[in-house]
Design a protein around this ligand. Sequence first.
Ligand SMILES: Nc1nc2c(c(=O)[nH]1)N[C@H]1C(S)=C(S)[C@@H](COP(=O)(O)OP(=O)(O)OC[C@H]3O[C@@H](n4cnc5c(=O)[nH]c(N)nc54)[C@H](O)[C@@H]3O)O[C@H]1N2
Ligand SMILES: Nc1nc2c(c(=O)[nH]1)N[C@H]1C(S)=C(S)[C@@H](COP(=O)(O)OP(=O)(O)OC[C@H]3O[C@@H](n4cnc5c(=O)[nH]c(N)nc54)[C@H](O)[C@@H]3O)O[C@H]1N2
Ligand code: SF4
Ligand SMILES: [Mo]
Length: 732
Amino acid sequence: MADQTRTAYTTCPLCEATCGLELSVSGDRIMRVRGDADDVLSHGFICPKGASLGELDADRDRLRTPRIRRDGKLVPATWDEAFDAVEAGLTGVIDAHGRDAVALYLGNPNVHTLAGNLYAGLLRKVLGSRNVYTASTLDQMPKHVSCGYLFGGPFAIPVPDIDRTEFLLILGADPYSSNGSLWTVPDAPGRLKALQARGGRFVVVDPRRSRTARAADRYVPIRPGTDVFLLLGMVHELFAADLAKPGRLAEHLTGLDEVRALVTPFTPEAMAVRCGVDAATIRELARALATAGRAAVYGRIGTTTVAYGTVTSWLIDVLNILTGNLDRAGGAMFPLPAHTRRGKGSGPGFTTGRWRSRVRGLPEVLGELPAVTLVDEIATPGEGQVRALVTVAGNPASSVPNADRLARALATLDFMVSVDPYVNETSRHADVILPPPPPSRSAHYDLAFYGFAVRNVANFSPPPLPLPADLRDECEILLRLAAVFAGLGWRADVEAWQDGELRKACEQIGADPALLTGDTAAERALDLRLRTGAYGDGFGRVPDGLSLAKLRANPHGVDLGPLTPRLPEILRTPSGRIELCPQPIADAVGALADAPVPAADEFVVVGRRHLRSNNSWMHNVPALVKGRELCTVVVSRTDAERLGLVDGGTARVTSRVGRVELTVEVSDDIAPGVVSIPHGWGHDLPGVELSVASRTAGANVNRLHDDLRLDPLSGTAVLNGTPVTIEVAEPV
Ligand SMILES: Nc1nc2c(c(=O)[nH]1)N[C@H]1C(S)=C(S)[C@@H](COP(=O)(O)OP(=O)(O)OC[C@H]3O[C@@H](n4cnc5c(=O)[nH]c(N)nc54)[C@H](O)[C@@H]3O)O[C@H]1N2
Ligand SMILES: Nc1nc2c(c(=O)[nH]1)N[C@H]1C(S)=C(S)[C@@H](COP(=O)(O)OP(=O)(O)OC[C@H]3O[C@@H](n4cnc5c(=O)[nH]c(N)nc54)[C@H](O)[C@@H]3O)O[C@H]1N2
Ligand code: SF4
Ligand SMILES: [Mo]
């Protein structure tokens, strides 16, 4: 028999590194996955998750038909039955209780799919509910808010120019495990090694000696949730030692003197007792940063999902700015992705709080409300109560703090729809599940992540395998949902609807819509973005410019070069300057001068990530969960000895909101008083259909995290630094 195997190139959709993959496909299957050696950004790098894409893709627990709840059970249904039920359920709730009664929760994979990137915004718009929630308030929202205030645009987020820097200060991030986040940096370990090989250094600040910390030139342990004090002490030192020299940034800046005055009380000595890093180290870090030449400060989950996440995120860029490292080669730079245009250099600026949540009065941020308060809006009766929920690529029952309370609330909804490939902790509550196809059936272009990439690149991949007749493209699924919300009905010709929108957009710029190429309206929308983007062909005006056709002809991607300075064009502030000392942040910093010194005898829990895991949804792939147990509680040797905990034994961890039991891992790599538990586990719930994951279930750490604790400026949950007690769990 002739060998039908062929090669297809795609971009890995599993994490932010966007590695190029070379797939061997045959029939309807991925037979083998390798890193694409010719990929313009990842140059062949691949991790165990990407290497398992074939297994994930072919997972037998992945739904191939929709499910509908009948007599309490989620049974298979046709697409017509499922969409009929969705339309009846959602319009029923809207007609009876109004649009705010329908909540939307958008999860993390939306930023990894063309469907989510192109149409999640449309869904939000046509639903017109105040109850929009996303994983951003469990993640990076503090960075959007701090950059929104500083630069005027919440997506103007600088990334370390890793390939040209000489000094990196990394706080609360473990790129060796996560492969980078808000920082698209495939093969972060290789690039960090190259940095050291050319004589540069990197320092890691983390309560746990992570894999990245082990490779670092210096590791600085810190008390969880207190990076804000370390960074305030560093800024204080820059001014005190006359090292605050923004250089060419000075002409683009306002508020420098205000920041100098603001940090006066925050001496390294006063900060040392709050963060557990001694004053001499705080000074050394500030000086190292200021004198390194090309340097950058970078912070991630351990600096955003904490009590002062927005102020911490702001301080990171204040340090980049004060040392003159923002927007210069080897510093912290703004990428210019192919699907965006250069800016005007000023704009309306950034605000939050255009509306508030009904129950807790929490301010809107970027058009959404904090994920921690979804439960209040469902569980609290009254005008405006949430009675229906649509989740798209989200698993809030796993990822949101006080998970037990949220699970109870989900069970009380009048109607729930999940767009999800699995029956998992969240979708088991749904009345209808609409499954997207596996990754091999979807076209790919990283609209979200090229905005954070360490080089400007563009890469489009058509679906590696054709869509089987029993599946629907996720773009179609989201558009049919949008058609329901828009009152068009799910049977509307959604492609024609979207082509009509594209026609209007083309008319506005005087372009001929007939020139757009692409197999679907989604691809044509991408073509429009590319052709009118910073490197676009301008519909023929720029001879070598980019278009979808050009990307199709370059399956390994197009390299658009190293990052280049973007000031002042990137700014959207009314002043056309970087507003270094925004009032909401200044107020929050002012209040920190009186912050209590943390109790030394209190245990706190932090999170961690493993290379072989990804949030809550990859534990059903045997190759990724085999071997050493991943969902353990890591405890320091000193604490273990004091509490009688033994390696491999079981510990009971208790917080204000809940209790879990976990296998103990005794370690010399974690600060005393801190325990580390990864998130995304706890798959042994009734109704979950994950045959592999439910055997290596682990426990859900969000049964411990507290829905009442959040970063007030961004509404982001506190997922690091939750107080707990820990004890030996007596065998029952
Ligand atoms: N304690 C604690 N909690 C955390 C974190 C932490 O560090 N500690 N991290 C937080 C962070 S950073 C994040 S981003 C959130 C993530 O929170 P969520 O986005 O709520 O959860 P995920 O675990 O990413 O689940 C993604 C869901 O999408 C589904 N899915 C996968 N691929 C697709 C697809 O192509 N299409 C569709 N429609 N669905 C798909 C999966 O089956 C799964 O149900 O968790 C947060 N929660
Ligand atoms: N393999 C893998 N890769 C992933 C994911 C995954 O689940 N698995 N998830 C993806 C997602 S959604 C995201 S958002 C990114 C996250 O990317 P990262 O932020 O790089 O991921 P983490 O491994 O959670 O690293 C956070 C680190 O912060 C430390 N930390 C906790 N509290 C504090 C604190 O108060 N201060 C300081 N300085 N450090 C603290 C933790 O010990 C941990 O080492 O990873 C993405 N990539
Ligand atoms: S690092 Fe991320 S993008 Fe690269 S192969 Fe692994 S999961 Fe995929
Ligand atoms: Mo995330």
